[in-house]
Ligand binder design. Sequence first.
Ligand code: 13P
Length: 278
Amino acid sequence: MLVTLKGLLEDAKNKKQAVGAFNGTTLEGIRAIIGAAEEFQRPVILQHAQSHDTIIDLNEIAPLMLHYARSASVPVAVHLDHGSTFKRCMEAIRAGFTSVMYDASAKPFEQNLMETAEIVKAAHSVGVSVEAELGHVANINEDPGEDNIYTDPALAEEFVKRTGVDCLAVAFGTVHGLYVKQPRLDLSIVTQISEKTGIPLVMHGGSGVSGDNYRRAIKEGICKINYYTYMNTAGGNAARSFVKQSGEHLAYDCLTLAATEAMKQDVMAAMRIFGMDE
Ligand code: 13P
């Protein structure tokens, strides 16, 4: 069933769990994510990043995401990940998404705040939840600079008060993409922001974080974990093995099933940790 992000995350916060937010860039990815959630009977966030418009446009994949969310036997929020313009956020809302992330984290504090507040006003008026980002979760091939890695807890408190966002992505040392060296996480940042704001916090760059760090982050207030790179790689690796095993006759439809199953298993393993089962 299709639900709002706000409700999902409030429930997770009360239970001291996190809900996995997985990017469904293909039909196989969407089936893997929903299949894992149903097998586990866990809520899930199915998301489309604006940067993935180059793979498939939001308006093309939205009906598919919403179809799977509505017919799922578990609660599913359909979310825009890293929306970078007012227009794209409004298009996601019009398409039927139940939440949007507006990411103006690269802009100056006051500008990020004012633009986010504008999105919150519009989204809340039609019952859609909003995530924003303060501080900057870098990409693996980008040097964020020592000073810019972590979110300032005092600024986070002011940002949440003045924007009214439903959840906040915070920077405490994770990065997007495959890690080439161990991340330097500062979980005291999460603790302080959670105490000051009281709202559910979001971890971006969820792939490659150790089980121990996931669990500690969830205990400190992380309620949504964005996870895509490892799941995507699991699908790619399964496709490669399938090609190797296939010899002369390579059946494309069967290849997609092998990739779907591998992504599903990877998502299930992540969900087990996010739900604090182990
Ligand atoms: P990973 O690249 O670490 O999987 O993170 C995905 C993400 O944060 C999407 O917003």
